[in-house]
Design a protein around this ligand. Structure first.
Ligand SMILES: NC(=O)c1ccc[n+]([C@@H]2O[C@H](COP(=O)([O-])OP(=O)(O)OC[C@H]3O[C@@H](n4cnc5c(N)ncnc54)[C@H](O)[C@@H]3O)[C@@H](O)[C@H]2O)c1
Ligand SMILES: CC(C)[C@H](C(=O)O)[C@@H](O)C(=O)O
Ligand SMILES: [Mg+2]
Length: 369
């Protein structure tokens, strides 16, 4: 009998709760159809937590996240909380969890499913078969660097400051993740920075090159400046296998990657920390998109990015490759059958809402047993 796995679900704001509801049905199915058994606890994060507790991430939630085997996360933020200061914004819910749990490796899987080739705004022949993993550093860089803030100068004008900081330890740690993944995928790594204008970028390039020379010389490695990378991702995205990059560049390039796959609603992610003494790797799984305030509450959101994040959870946290593949294949099958939420809709397809899409995936899974 496998030990019960603890999962903390944090649905968050906007479309977060809508897509989480569908993911939880899939989780139930997994529990009933695999050796895994789950203890699922739900809590508040982001704006929902601000409304209830006055802050976006409570100590209790941090403690529950640390005690869990995995966290499944929806999305945070929205116009309701726009005026709140940076020390209390809903987005601190996710940034704080990454920092508190030491989740430094954000893996953003950018895959174009065959039946969605037409949903992308990029020509089919450019993106067909695309499979990129963006390895984004997620506990450092300009998101956390000091000094930061907004100050009023003596002449009454104001100055906003953020600082990009990377240590060689942080760069080497995330580079290892990228190289190890490349080895598993028999792939290659493109390391992306701005070493032409930023010292942190130059250090990034030096550290990655050093590590590659010492321990990963069997893996093909290239370097690219981030602005060129954005252009190359649109021009010829299949030249990439693994993109290794910083927190900020990874954030931007992964939204770009999402549109290659058809929609922000299609891109899942896993954010992992270092293995702890008890053998557990802290992990959080979330779609890369936000709370989508423009469609929240309308039952239109695409739940597939979160369901695919759940599939990543089965793979990376619970070593359930078969069940993970079943979930991915069920998502592929519903797309092959023509089910489309509005974000991926095209002529001749079957327009469905969040719930119908979730049910269609579940129905496919039920067929697979
Ligand atoms: N991890 C997170 O929680 C996360 C990530 C990104 C943005 N945000 C926050 O979300 C809020 C809104 O940000 P934004 O509008 O810039 O980005 P967003 O990702 O919420 O939305 C951008 C666009 O993509 C669409 N979209 C996103 N997810 C979708 C889905 N699953 N199905 C269909 N369409 C989808 C939205 O409708 C919108 O048009 C902000 O407060 C932002 O800080 C949170
Ligand atoms: C909400 C925000 C803090 C977050 C980020 O910038 O990391 C989001 O855009 C993401 O991509 O996960
Ligand atoms: Mg983002």
């Amino acid at each position: 009998m496998t030990k019960e796995k603890k999962i903390l679900t944090l649905a968050g704001d906007g479309i977060g709760p809508e897509i989480m509801e569908q993911a939880l049905h899939i989780l139930d199915w997994v529990q009933n159809n695999s050796a895994l058994s789950f203890h699922v606890e739900k809590d508040l994060v982001g704006g929902a937590s601000i409304d209830q507790n006055g802050i976006p991430l409570t100590k209790e939630v941090i403690a529950k996240a640390k005690a869990a085997d995995a966290v499944l996360f929806g999305a945070v933020g929205g116009p309701k909380w726009d005026g709140i200061g940076f020390d209390k914004r809903p987005e601190l819910g996710i940034i704080g969890l990454r920092k508190e749990l030491g989740l430094f490796a954000n893996l953003r899987s950018t895959i174009v499913f065959d039946s969605l080739v037409e949903a992308s705004t990029i020509k089919p022949e450019v993106i067909k078969g695309l499979d990129i993993m963006i390895v984004r550093e997620s506990t450092g860089g300009v998101y956390f660097g000091e000094p930061r803030g907004i100050e009023t100068l003596s002449d009454g004008t104001r100055k906003g400051v953020n600082t990009e900081v990377y240590t060689s330890f942080e760069i080497e740690r995330i580079a290892r993740v990228a190289f190890d993944l490349a080895r598993q995928r028999q792939g290659h790594v493109c390391s992306v920075e701005k070493s032409n204008v930023m010292e942190s970028g130059l250090l990034w390039r030096e550290v990655v090159t050093e590590l590659h020379k010492k321990e990963y010389f069997d893996i093909p490695l290239s370097h690219m400046l981030a602005d060129n990378c954005a252009m190359q991702l649109v021009k010829n995205p299949r030249q990439f296998d693994i993109i290794l990059t910083s927190n900020l560049f990874g954030d931007i390039l992964s939204d770009l990657g999402a549109m290659l796959t058809g929609s922000l609603g299609m891109l899942p992610s896993a954010t992992l920390g270092a293995r702890q003494q008890n053998g557990v790797i802290p992990a959080l799984y979330e779609p890369i998109h936000g709370s989508a305030p423009d469609i929240a509450g309308q039952g239109k959101a695409n739940p597939l990015a979160l369901i695919l994040s759940l599939a990543m959870m089965l793979r990376y946290s619970f070593d359930e490759q078969d069940t993970s593949e079943k979930v991915v294949n069920a998502c592929k099958a519903v797309l092959d059958q023509g089910f489309r939420t509005p974000d991926i809709m095209s002529a001749g397809m079957k327009l469905v809402g969040t719930e119908e899409m979730g049910k269609a995936v579940l129905a496919e899974l039920q067929k697979s047993v």
